[in-house]
Design a protein around this ligand. Structure first.
Ligand SMILES: [Zn+2]
Length: 857
């Protein structure tokens, strides 16, 4: 059992630090098991804090060797030291503090602080990893100028990197010493160090003011042929940020390092971004189109942080969405500009509706600006990132592109070099646009997904259409009786002939005049607000909008609503594909004026987890079988159309990660999927494609089809062939794990257990854990929720194994169990029992304790 309840940190208790750190000088003497970190801080008392208040330094798992103030060594009676803090009383107002500590990177399995990944040294400091490197005021409002010396054996570490510019590099009897200096003040969470045997791919970028920036991507030597795309995406991001936000890069060098063992996707350390190798490395043979797009988005995201996060940073971690919400919005706009804006919108809305709405409806629901936390790592959530981005997006909608840009210009001008709050971000938008956004700010303080009920009434004598909207927001933990939200409602009216109607709007009453009969209303176009819409529409109406709505997002949305109704009918045993639906879908498949990427989404059934979010209580087994029935009905009814579409698109060409090629491949592969679900001929074609594909997109799509639609023996043979072909490539093997663990057909508890025991699986590597356990619990719902609870047991065993070894990953794996209240009673009880067993199992990390204890309230 936990000895004491871990401490909760409250936003309302924020106070400034007692001391500011003017400069930070670090010396690392690197040894795998015995690294010495010497730190020299120039401190200045904060005049706003009481005189004589002590110096408080955070520290975690550090062995303190010595501490000195202004050159005088302190004895054990001169300071107090516990597991989390070093406190020094009687400090002069200005002082130089010198400390020396010992850390053990080789033993650090948390991947937080300084650790070893493969043969290299690497750091991760956000949010609170720097305190695992040295004693420091490890909080984002303390911004300092950093100088870093790295001393290490030259042979094992030909590359030694830190933030900023390289100042010196010297070699003495096999020991190399390098010095890096970062002229920009930054908080400790943006510190980074990398050392090891890496090779570099170089490029360069000329900024808008004509400065030359060296771009360097560091990888292990076997990955040097996987670096082109990330560098290309980086250059496009740099140009885009100049053109769209007027933001120029500020150092002479920008570095990215690919690391295999990494808890997150990537980290925006100043001038030295560290990337999970899965989010940066790609070539056509090993990476799918989806991977290419993810790389493009994440490279942009981390680069954009240079202004939104690094130059202007967060005052405290309750402001996390200040940098993440804004930066996700920025990378989404970039991806929309590079590819299809509608498809990007569909993907983001899908993520909101499956993952973020589920979070809002669960025990960990919290506002975009939370009020409290036990472990900040648990708040790197869908709400902070994705909903935070939706909130910024609504501001963009309300202010218009020009007004938003005026606001962001003012924000950068006012706050460059500062650590600020969300309030200041909205304040800059208000001043620049002369608008009062007080009511809008509720989006930051109120948790939960607003529900909007819409009703329309047509008066044929007056030719008027009246629209009424009502909103309410369900209670969430600690929040009841919520106030109404400011909602940007973007809508369209579509006449019977499919034409969009321009109408006069009276905003107060939402009465539209001169509206012809049988006009259809399209609400919240482009997903203009992150809400749940309740609006009754007939099957005919939805089918009509799927074909004719001029808003691509709502076309898709109408189709999803229609398909959800089919899946519900199938659950009642009453589904049959109507002639009109078949005719409408046939016209869609054969239409030539539609972006194939959008068409792919129009033809795709909602995923099981999407369907789950629209049902109460959730019956995962029932959902799975009903959805399969609808898939088969569509496949059988439209087999010849899908076959023809596949044949039309299956052409020989050199692979390129361009939008037009990716769009065509996505349509080709979904056609092959339906064709294979309908007939052996389609399966044979998938087999052909699997064997002869010259790119991973086509090969993986075919493998997926063989695993989920083929005979067992055929699936197994393909999986074996694939493993033989790719066993040398860890990133490809992750995909091989996922296709099995996430499969409803293959991914049973017993089968997933064999994957965990496979020699390619590695408990130290988060990508492997996500590829097997994450895929199983989030995609193979029918097996994860199997009746005897064995799926839950498998997950809990993994969580307990990782509880101390890697608490961040352990806590993140818990998410599916936190939804226990929404499942059918039998599953719900079993899930609850498993959560209780975690609580009883012994000493829990703060990360796991917080999620489990909040889930059981
Ligand atoms: Zn970020």
């Amino acid at each position: 059992m936990l000895d004491a309840q871990p401490k909760t940190t409250q936003l309302s208790e924020y106070t400034e630090p007692n001391f500011w750190v003017e400069t930070t000088e670090l010396t690392f003497e690197l040894q795998p098991e015995n690294t010495i970190v010497s730190t020299r801080l120039q401190l200045k008392r904060n005049p706003k804090r009481p005189a004589n208040s002590p110096l408080e330094l955070d520290g975690d798992e550090l062995e303190l060797i010595s501490v000195a103030v202004n050159g005088k060594q302190l004895g054990v009676n001169d300071y107090s030291l516990d597991e989390e803090c070093l406190v020094i009383h009687n400090m002069p107002d200005e002082a130089v503090l010198e400390t020396k500590v010992r850390v053990n990177p080789a033993q650090n399995t948390t991947l937080d602080g300084l650790y070893r990944s493969g043969g290299m040294y690497c750091t991760q400091c956000e949010a609170q990893g720097f305190r695992r490197i040295t004693y420091y005021p490890d909080r984002p409002d303390v911004m300092s100028v950093f100088t870093t010396h790295i001393v290490a054996d030259a042979e094992g570490n030909p590359v030694m990197l830190s933030n900023g510019n390289l100042i010196t590099d010297s070699l003495d009897q096999g020991v190399r010493t390098v010095t890096w200096h970062d002229p920009h003040k930054k908080p400790s969470y943006l510190f980074a160090l990398v050392a090891g045997d890496l090779v570099v791919k170089e490029d360069s970028f000329t900024t808008m003011s004509g400065r030359e920036v060296a771009l360097k991507l560091y990888v292990e030597s076997q990955n040097i042929d996987k670096t082109d795309y990330a560098l290309d995406a980086l250059k496009r991001s740099m140009r885009w940020d100049e053109e769209t936000y007027g933001r120029e890069y500020d150092l002479d060098i920008f570095m990215i390092v690919a690391v295999d063992d990494f808890n997150m996707g990537a980290m925006e350390n100043k001038g030295l971004n560290v990337f999970n190798s899965s989010c940066v490395l790609a070539n056509p043979a090993t990476a799918t189109d989806a991977t290419y797009q993810r790389i493009e988005g994440i490279v942009a995201h981390e680069y954009f942080h240079n202004w939104t996060g690094n130059r202007v940073t967060c005052r405290d971690w309750f402001q996390l969405s200040l940098k993440e919400g804004f930066t996700v919005f920025r990378d989404a706009s970039f991806s929309a500009d590079m590819n299809s804006a509608v498809v990007k919108r569909i993907e983001d809305a899908t993520l909101m509706r499956t993952a973020q709405f589920a979070e809002d409806a669960g025990p960990m629901a919290h506002p975009v600006q939370p009020d409290s936390y036990i472990e900040i790592s648990n708040f790197y959530t869908m709400t902070i990132y994705e909903k935070g981005a939706e909130v910024v997006r609504m501001l963009h909608k309300i202010l218009g592109a020009e007004g938003f840009r005026k606001g962001s210009d003012l924000y950068f001008e006012r706050h460059d070099g500062q650590a600020v709050t969300i309030h200041e971000f909205v304040g800059a938008m208000e001043t620049a646009n002369n608008i009062d956004l007080t009511l809008f700010k509720r989006w930051y303080k109120q948790a939960g997904t607003p529900v909007v009920e819409a009703q329309t009434q047509y008066d044929s004598s007056k030719q008027t259409l009246t629209l009424s909207l009502r909103q309410h927001c369900p209670d969430t933990p600690g929040q009841t009786n919520k106030k109404p939200m400011w909602l940007p409602v973007q809508l369209g009216l579509i006449a019977e002939d499919g034409q969009n109607i321009n109408i006069q709007v009276e905003p107060a009453h939402f009465v539209f005049s001169n509206v012809p009969e049988n006009t259809r209303v399209s609400l919240f176009c482009d997903f203009s607000a992150p809400i749940k819409l309740e609006y009754e529409q007939s099957t005919d109406e939805l089918l009509f909008l799927l074909e004719h709505d001029s808003d691509g997002f709502n076309r898709w949305d109408a189709g999803q609503k229609l398909m959800l109704s089919w899946i519900e009918q199938a659950r009642q045993g009453q589904f049959e594909l109507s002639d009109s639906a078949k005719a409408g879908l046939t016209r869609l498949i054969n239409s030539t004026d539609l972006d194939p990427a959008l068409l792919t989404y129009l033809l795709k059934l909602p995923s099981e987890s999407y369907v789950a979010e629209f049902s109460a209580p959730i019956d995962p087994v029932g959902i799975h079988h009903a959805r399969e029935q609808v898939v088969n009905a569509l496949a059988n009814a439209l087999e010849s159309e899908f076959k023809a579409c596949y044949k039309r698109l299956n052409i020989q060409q050199d692979y390129a990660p361009t939008h037009s090629q990716m769009a065509a491949r996505s349509l080709k592969n979904i056609s092959l999927y339906y064709w294979a679900m309908a007939s052996a001929e389609g399966i044979n074609q998938a087999q052909q494609q699997f064997q002869h594909a010259d790119n991973m997109t086509d090969q993986m799509a075919a493998l997926n089809i063989l695993v989920n639609a083929g005979e067992k023996a055929q699936a197994q043979a393909a999986l074996n062939d694939f493993y033989q072909q790719w066993q040398h490539d860890s990133l490809v093997i992750n995909q091989w794990f996922t296709v099995q663990a996430g499969s409803a057909v293959l991914g049973t508890v017993a089968y997933v257990q064999t994957l965990i025991e496979h020699s390619a699986f590695d408990w130290r590597n988060p990508n492997k854990i996500r590829a097997v356990i994450g895929a199983f619990t989030n995609q193979s719902l029918v097996n994860f929720h199997q009746a005897d609870g064995a799926g839950y047991k498998l997950l809990v065993d993994a969580i307990l194994r990782l509880n101390k070894a890697n608490p961040q990953i352990a806590a993140r794996l818990l998410t599916p169990l936190t939804r226990w209240k929404r499942l059918l009673p039998q599953q719900s009880n079993l899930m609850k029992q498993q959560l209780e067993s975690i609580l009883k199992s012994g000493e829990l990390s703060k990360d796991v304790y917080e999620v489990v204890s909040k889930s059981l309230i």
